[in-house]
Design a protein around this ligand. Structure first.
Ligand code: SAM
Length: 269
């Protein structure tokens, strides 16, 4: 891939998804886009990018490229400790403080759904008589990853990562296509397409928001703009959970870090 075409791809993912692909990421672009080029029968990656640059109406192809350049790595009950803190403190405190109406949870950048489904299973286990007090919305920028998430179908390797064996037995059925999550859990998550780098419109208020392992791909002004909007969506006393390598510190000082168990949550006052 020539330098000009690499720059074109970097500009495209920055503009469409706010993902910063710096110098040195040529190998990543080549590895991820090689398959797109051959699927569309382009003789080379440069030929695919030249087509994008000069042909009209390439929007679907552009989306496929942004999709291919997002990192969808995820697993059930990722990092373990935040889910313990949720079960023991965060969710009981939300239930105690909000005795009427739904408790709204948003899993933003949810990838193939392991994060929101982990929450749904945890709610079912820890608060069986009150699980329907919670509503989970899960979003991602990628149409194709959301299609996978909605299907609730996982391969053996995926259910081997993070999912406790009793949960596999209780909530999944083995099918020729893979492990199918049960209908009650699948239906308890509302999946939607949302690009975090665009203004959030028509969103409800939330009691708890998870934005994990995605802000690392954005620059500081984009992180700031996202955190400001999340702060405005959270009810007073609501919680934000970020990925282990992410923080609100030096980005948005409207959040108060609160250590719960071995995890840090961020609260709005
Ligand atoms: C590494 S996964 C994180 C999944 C999950 N939150 C976790 O921690 O396991 C990052 C996800 O962010 C999504 N993503 C990337 N840029 C985005 C954007 N601008 N808006 C919304 N989602 C985005 C990707 O499609 C991908 O599914």
């Amino acid at each position: 891939m020539n330098e000009e075409n690499f720059k074109f791809i970097c500009d495209l993912v920055l503009r469409e998804a706010a993902i910063v692909l710096g110098a040195g990421k040529e190998y990543l672009v080549e590895a991820r886009l090689g398959g797109v080029a051959s699927r569309h029968r382009f003789p080379s990656l440069n030929a695919l990018i030249d087509h994008l640059r000069f042909a009209p109406n390439t929007l679907p192809l552009q989306r496929e490229i942004v999709d291919a350049l997002t990192t969808n790595e995820t697993l059930f009950f990722r990092d373990f400790h935040p889910f313990e803190a949720l079960k023991k403190e965060v969710l009981p405190s939300l239930l105690a403080r909000h005795t009427t109406g739904k408790i709204m949870i948003w899993s933003a950048a949810c990838s193939s759904g392991q994060e929101p489904y982990s929450l749904a299973m945890l709610l079912n286990e820890a608060f069986p008589s009150q699980a329907d007090r919670f509503q989970i919305m899960a979003t991602d920028i990628s149409t194709s990853i959301l299609r996978r998430a909605r299907s609730g179908l996982y391969q053996q390797l995926e259910v081997n990562r993070g999912l406790p064996a009793p949960y596999l037995v209780k909530y999944f059925t083995q099918t020729p296509e893979g492990w199918q999550i049960n209908e009650q859990i699948r239906r308890s998550v509302d999946f939607r397409e949302i690009n975090l780098s665009r203004p959030f419109v028509g969103m409800p208020k939330f009691h708890f928001v998870l934005i994990r392992n995605v802000m690392i791909y954005f620059d500081i002004p984009v992180r700031r703009q996202i955190l400001k909007q999340v702060r405005e969506l959270l009810v007073p006393g609501g919680y934000l959970l970020l990925g282990g390598a992410e923080t609100t510190l030096m980005v948005d000082d409207g959040f108060t870090p609160v250590n719960i168990g071995r995890s840090t949550f961020y609260q709005v006052t």
